[in-house]
Design a protein around this ligand. Structure first.
Ligand code: S3P
Length: 449
């Protein structure tokens, strides 16, 4: 029944998603399993690859991004079982033993793959590595990791004065540094910590606000020695630890759950239960923001699974109200701004999102793309230099919109379309497979006439 409301058409490598809610509105009900956390999936594959012995990963995200990571590390000697079921085995090759690949390493659309991997490649002496990615990734700034790595003694070349991929890396023996990062970025922090693994002595990263800490948790679980100073947002790693393969159970991705949290909040009468969601406090900015907006979300069955806190989230529709989102919360909801913008369209009042200029260098310029695509649906949304101003309450009309190749934009537009009048056509819907291959299937399962 829901296929008449939600229809996916594929032609070659492109997909168009058409959403036509019935005039009377649709209903959203059910229980959802969401895919594994993208950040944790990358880290489990990478640490598994460089540890001694076997790592078993359960619940791995089978999206395009982790596939890029797996392919890169296979090309450098790690044995990783096919990513065709959520249990994946990695035979590690041991710290310092990444092999010089005979081909260019392809990071695809994945900033996490490229930036984290650079820390490892730069610190493997006597090997040459070449890394590239798709058109989006080749336009994203790499100097934020290249500069601190160069301070450690790394030799890296790239386009645009060593700031853009393709990159060539001549591995070196690095020296430890204390890096004061100007941005709260887990990719920057993790890159330097991974370089610190292969560096004699203590390497420290201090960041202006706390970014996601999955690397710290997982590095410790694999046997690395970390010293964490929460008062200064500093992490110190001691070089040359013994890393041993582990069993990692990847929780569901709160960034994927966010689409359902907002969908069920804005569709009248909706109720959803989202099971097994990672609720690491460095990622729960979305829950706090939705709570400020008056959302009805409860956490059930809270537990800790292989070092990461997890819960089931129950969400019920409610009238949202506007709020201001800025400051230290931004890094803890950085990937959820597109879907928060959709929530704000249905909130009473004007929501302001600030301090989020980082969104301009994600898979797309998310501030520009959200404003332009939701604007086509009639949204009252203004782009700010570092954020968005969104006034809720204006009725949305179905329109032809585009993901601009960005997975989170594709899915955010689909959720907005659930509350629009008439048909919305989302071009570039295939982008969702980067982080959520089953997104449309799940939407069809819960959306009822
Ligand atoms: C990620 C960190 C964030 C986030 C990205 C995944 C990670 O990027 O936007 O989707 O896995 O470390 P930044 O560290 O650049 O903010």
């Amino acid at each position: 029944m829901s296929k008449s409301i939600i229809n996916l058409q594929s032609a070659e490598n492109q997909q168009t998603l058409t959403i036509t809610p019935p005039n009377t509105g649709l209903s959203l009900q059910g229980t959802l399993q969401i895919p594994g956390d993208k950040s944790i999936s990358h880290r489990a594959l990478m640490l598994g690859a460089i540890a001694e012995g076997e790592t078993i990963i359960e619940g791995l995200l089978l999206g395009e991004d982790p596939r890029s990571t797996a392919d890169c590390f296979r090309a450098m000697g790690a044995k990783i079982s096919p990513l065709n079921n959520e249990k994946v085995t990695v035979q590690g090759i041991g710290l310092g033993h990444l092999q010089e690949p005979s081909e260019v390493l392809e990071a695809g659309n994945s900033g996490t793959t490229m930036r984290l991997m650079l820390g490892l490649l730069a610190s493997h002496p006597d090997r040459l590595f070449c890394v590239t990615g798709d058109a989006s990734l080749r336009s994203r700034p790499m100097s934020r990791v290249i500069k601190p790595l160069q301070t450690m003694g790394a030799k890296i070349w790239g386009r645009n004065n060593n700031s853009l991929a393709p990159l060539a890396i001549q591995g070196q023996t690095l020296k430890p540094i204390h890096y004061h990062s100007p941005i709260a970025s887990a990719q920057v922090k993790s890159c330097i910590l991974l370089a610190g693994l292969m560096t004699e002595g203590k390497t420290t990263v201090t960041e202006p606000a706390l970014s996601r800490d999955h690397s710290e948790r997982m590095l410790q679980a694999f046997g690395a020695t970390l010293d964490i100073d929460a008062t200064t947002n500093s992490v110190t790693i001691t070089g040359h630890p013994e890393l041993t393969g582990q069993k990692v159970i990847v929780p569901g991705d709160i960034s994927s759950a966010a689409f359902w949290l907002v969908a069920a909040s804005i569709v009248e009468g909706a109720e959803l239960l989202i099971e097994n969601v990672g609720i690491n406090p460095t990622r729960t900015g979305i829950l706090e923001a939705l709570e400020m907006m008056g959302a009805n979300i409860s956490l059930e069955n809270e537990r800790v699974i292989t070092g990461e806190p997890v819960a089931d989230l129950r969400v019920k529709a409610t009238q949202l109200k506007a709020c201001t989102i800025q400051g230290e919360i931004i890094p803890r909801l950085i990937d959820e701004v597109p879907i928060l913008a959709v929530a704000a369209l249905f909130a009473q009042g004007t929501t302001i999102i600030k301090d989020a200029a980082e969104l301009r260098v994600k898979e797309s310029d998310r501030l520009a793309v959200i404003a332009s695509q939701l604007g086509k649906m009639g949204a009252n949304i203004t782009e700010l230099p570092d954020g968005l101003e969104i006034t809720g309450g204006k009725e949305l009309n179905g329109a032809e919109v585009d993901s601009c190749g960005d997975h989170r934009i594709a899915m955010s537009l689909a959720i907005a379309a659930l509350r629009a009048k008439g048909k919305t056509i989302i071009n570039g819907a295939e982008a969702a497979a980067i982080s959520y291959p089953e997104f449309v299937e799940s939407l069809q399962a819960i959306a009822l006439e």
